[in-house]
Design a protein around this ligand. Sequence first.
Ligand SMILES: [Zn+2]
Length: 268
Amino acid sequence: MYGLLDNLNDDLGLELDLPYQIFATSFNEPEVMEDEEETQEISPEGVTALLYTKEIECPVCRAKFNHTLVRESKLRLSHMEELRPVYKGFEPLCYDVTMCTTCGYATLKDRFDVVAERQRETLLTKLRFNYANFMPANFPVEMDIKMGVERYKYAMLTACMKKASLGEKAMILVKLSWLYKALGDMTNTQLFTRHANEVLTQAYQSERFPIFGMSESTVHFLLARFAVDLNDHPTALRFLSQIIVDKNVNSRLRDLARNMKEEINESK
Ligand SMILES: [Zn+2]
């Protein structure tokens, strides 16, 4: 199941605007242990009860397939890691990508049907022509985080091929950085944080708000977090100040911004 996108190269004519390294399977031994609550297992019956499948039609190749979805009302929130909700014993992010098992077309689940006719033609040609290079995998109903990572990489490949917005690509990269962090794989967390930062910065400079559903203050906060993680404190402080003085920001985001500002000042 792994290594499916390891052999992308210039000869395939995919015109990807990200390095091939992004798509290849890559996992390192965990460097940090997750806290006990996060790794707390739930029973197999508990996981099964959280999932259901639904038949959908691929908007690109028109094949029908079963997609696994999460019963979000049944999730039990453990805590918020800034903007990312962490649930007890379960990672719903793994199920956020819908992938056609016939042609390999994959996107974040809410965007699956959003494909223009011109994008459809491009995708059909590129997917068919390259079938041997990224044959879609059949993932099991219950997926672990590594499988989730592989599916986001398919979504990234589709996003590049269909020339999706920078905001959409940034969101995929943000979620990949979160999943790698959940695995404790800090080398890949850093790599994907760097790419997420780069693409979200480009989106911030060129796209209109909301950027892929994110408000300006949410984007400011994400860019501040990336800047902190990449040791660029001046940039982080600039974005945090914009959040703190914004009268329309909700109190939770303002508190998060204040905490991060304090964290930076303490580390000086
Ligand atoms: Zn398809």
